[in-house]
Design a protein around this ligand. Structure first.
Ligand code: AHR
Length: 325
């Protein structure tokens, strides 16, 4: 072996060892020739944009060829994208279903074509078993439970005897909407102080969050004690409406949000949001590793839920690290 080749091997080994020593994640082995078709819901929130970016970055890290399509919030666009992936004969399909119903036909087509389907972020309902392989996404029910548990602690600390709540929900019949509501309702139902004034569909959009809040303030005025909003985007839309109506968010009205994007965390630090339950969009790494296993014919975990936490005024919010989305 030539002397300069020996030198470059030695330097590469030292570099690799020093990276391990720095705690930096080792680069995964790059795979050749795997084609992954991903149908993304749209760009409705900072969460979604962060999720898209993470999937693209992780596909690049793993050397996986990505066909990524943005469905612009329409189920029919997702179905058309999946049909294109089947026609292209991709190795694996992944998608985040905008709503839970209406996927049977296209999933049967994927199964007939022998292409495994991974659910990322959201779940769906099918009339037959085995049309999808696994789910990589948050435990939305637990997020609703954590939001309610925070509220119960807050009501205790303020000595509240009666708590009127308005709920701004995500897209009707989407998994995060259904489960965040169920987890929250199940938990507050054990506390007789809690009363839901109204639940209203904000579709996970900032503009709808503002519209819903205007309506709720017009209807219930100063009887509102709590806004429980299913995502940061709607919360950020609702806050200026609360201020315009001369209420101080975070003080006159308790604000509870879900996602934990940087903008909402900044507002939490200002005291205008009381609690943000984390929902991480960083699902790309688990998605790439699962796609590789499926391509290799290996078994995969049926459900992968990332670890998530709660950020709130119960802690020193200045210590919350930058969120990255
Ligand atoms: O499915 C995850 C949800 O979808 C996020 O909470 C929300 O921000 C996004 O639009």
């Amino acid at each position: 072996m030539k002397k300069n080749k020996l030198w470059s091997m030695a330097i590469a080994a030292i570099l690799a060892l020093s990276l391990v020593g720095c705690g930096k994640e080792a680069e995964p082995a790059k795979e050749d020739g795997i084609l992954l078709g991903v149908s993304q819901i749209g760009s409705e929130s900072a969460w979604r944009i962060g999720n898209t970016r993470d999937i693209e970055e992780q596909a690049d890290r793993y050397g996986i060829n990505l066909m990524m399509e943005n469905a612009n919030q329409k189920q029919e666009n997702q179905i058309a994208a999946i049909r294109r992936f089947i026609a292209y004969k991709v190795d694996v399909i992944a998608f985040s279903p905008i709503v839970e119903e209406g996927w049977d036909n296209v999933l049967k087509e994927a199964k007939e074509a022998g292409i495994p389907v991974i659910l990322v972020d959201r779940e769906l309902k099918t009339s037959q078993q085995g049309l999808t392989t696994c789910l990589i996404g948050a435990d939305f029910y637990k997020e609703g439970v954590m939001a309610a548990e925070y509220l119960i602690r807050k009501a205790d600390s303020l000595g509240l005897e009666h708590v009127n709540i308005v709920e701004i929900t995500g897209t009707q019949n989407s998994t995060p909407m259904v489960q965040r509501q169920a987890g929250f309702f199940d938990t507050i139902s054990e506390d007789s102080r809690m009363n839901i004034l109204e639940s209203i569909d904000g579709d996970f959009l900032k503009s709808r969050g503002a519209e819903c809040m205007r309506y709720l303030l017009d209807t219930y005025g100063d009887t509102i004690d709590v806004v429980y909003s299913h995502n940061d985007e709607m919360t950020l839309g609702a806050l200026p409406e609360i201020e315009k109506a001369d209420f101080v968010p975070g003080q006159d009205i308790i604000i509870i949000s879900i996602d934990g994007g940087q903008e909402a965390i900044n507002v939490l630090k200002e005291g205008k949001i009381n609690c943000v339950v984390e929902c991480t969009p960083k699902l790309g790494k688990a998605l790439m590793e699962t796609a590789l296993k499926l391509k290799a014919g290996e078994a995969v975990e049926p459900v992968i839920h990332p670890e998530e936490e709660v950020f709130s005024d119960e802690q020193d919010t200045s210590l919350i690290a930058p969120r990255g989305y």
